[in-house]
Design a protein around this ligand. Structure first.
Ligand code: G3I
Length: 376
């Protein structure tokens, strides 16, 4: 494991980044410093213990299908890491204010542990899947107390059982080059607390689970084009600003919901990874799948297109030090969010995941496993 940098004060400023974060929701050095907190004790940056050699492979599991023994077995057959897809989200843990229900999340995390697998936590802060009561809060102090209490209670409950936490998810705006909210997405948390909800969340997580790696997770960082390039710049700026404020951030989570009709920016993503390495920050691929509604002509074409984008992603992320883990957002095409959200217009089933609807491995998945195994 590489040592993590502990003092970021000597890092030269990157020209232009501050100017890009110029909206009402911009991250400013001042917004972090107004926290009035001192340097935090740095926690352990642990790598997922892997049952197989190389980069640990994981997949997201859903409690909705947990009664299906065949489904459960797929995770044991294929995964080093088993990740609750939805059960650790705010609204699923604290639907009623102050009443925490860990039943479903515990079931999945314990299933992983009892079978010698690891798990990672997704997620404390997100704009989606929040309980209605959260949206009614208008007082900043009350909002901060709710945020800190939620993170402390949840991180404490799972302490020692999760290798990583997505502390914040999708805080970068959908299109930082155009969105009115600027660099950051307009959410319940920015409306209540502004950009400082991010360092507040990281500090609470670091206090509550010093052993878990703390991750900033986002989507749309992989493709070619100016929007993804802007998102990568904002992500790097966010990481630097957290480090400048002596706030621990261990890794960036690359969701990698890849569109089969887009190209992965192998060079741009490679440069992004190198910059993270210079900052002493790791990379986890957190939600890989392939969105193929624009690929017509049958399953072989869909799988060929998927193989190309996945291979390009691997070219970028396996160059240099290996990522901490690679997680797919589900394991079998029988259960994926993709057909619900981005279906083929003619009803053709999507093929987003490692195993097809008959639970048979696709060629791109076998290739991915070979490359992960030899990537250490
Ligand atoms: O659990 C209930 C079930 O009891 C009920 O029968 C069923 C009826 O519709 O709904 C089930 O809940 C659904 C849940 O997924 C579990 O399947 C929710 O309605 C649905 O909104 C929820 O969607 C999830 C979505 O995040 C919102 O939380 C998707 O499964 C999940 O794949 C998706 O994951 C997100 C990541 O968290 C962040 N990145 C993007 C990714 C894809 O959108």
């Amino acid at each position: 494991m590489r040592p993590r940098r502990q003092d970021h004060r000597s890092r030269p400023a990157v020209p232009g980044t501050a100017a890009r974060l110029n909206s009402a929701s911009a991250l400013t050095r001042r917004s972090f410093l107004t926290l009035g907190t001192s340097a935090l004790a740095l926690g352990v940056c642990g790598r997922a213990a892997a049952a197989s050699p190389g980069v640990p492979f994981g997949a997201a599991i859903q409690s909705d299908h947990f009664d299906d023994e065949t489904y459960r077995q797929l995770f044991l057959d294929h995964c080093d890491m088993i990740v609750p897809m939805n059960e650790l989200k705010f609204g699923l843990l604290q639907w009623e204010r102050g009443e925490f229900d860990f039943t479903r999340a515990d079931m999945l995390v314990d299933f992983a542990r009892e079978n010698g697998r690891t798990s990672r936590g997704h997620t404390f802060v997100w704009h989606s899947t929040n309980p209605p009561w959260l949206e009614t809060i208008t007082d900043a102090r009350e909002g901060e107390a709710v945020l800190v209490e939620h993170i402390e209670r949840v991180a404490d409950h799972f302490r020692g059982r999760l290798t990583e936490w997505d502390v914040v998810n999708e805080v970068i705006s959908n299109d930082p080059t155009r969105d009115a909210s600027g660099a950051l997405r307009d959410t319940v948390w920015t409306r209540l607390l502004g950009p400082r909800h991010i360092p507040i969340a990281f500090q609470a997580a670091a206090r509550a689970d010093p052993g878990a790696a703390l991750v900033v997770n986002d989507y749309g960082l992989e493709p070619e084009g100016e929007v993804a390039e802007a998102k990568r710049r904002v992500m790097l700026d966010l990481v630097r600003q957290l480090q400048d404020a002596n706030i621990r951030v261990d890794a960036v989570g690359l969701q990698a919901h890849l569109y089969a009709h887009f190209r992965v920016d192998v060079e741009g993503l490679g440069r992004f990874k190198e910059e993270l390495e210079r900052l002493g920050v790791g990379l986890t691929i957190t939600e890989l799948d392939v969105i193929d509604f624009q690929i017509h002509g049958g399953s072989r074409r869909q799988d060929r297109a998927a193989a190309r984008v996945v291979s390009d992603l691997l070219d970028a992320v396996l160059a240099g030090p290996p990522p901490r883990a690679l997680v797919t957002w589900g394991i079998t095409d029988r259960h994926s969010w993709v057909d619900g959200s981005m279906p083929h217009a003619d009803g053709t089933p999507s093929r987003p995941l490692p195993l097809d609807a008959n639970d048979q491995p696709k060629a791109w998945y076998l290739d991915l496993r070979r490359r992960l195994t030899s990537a250490d």
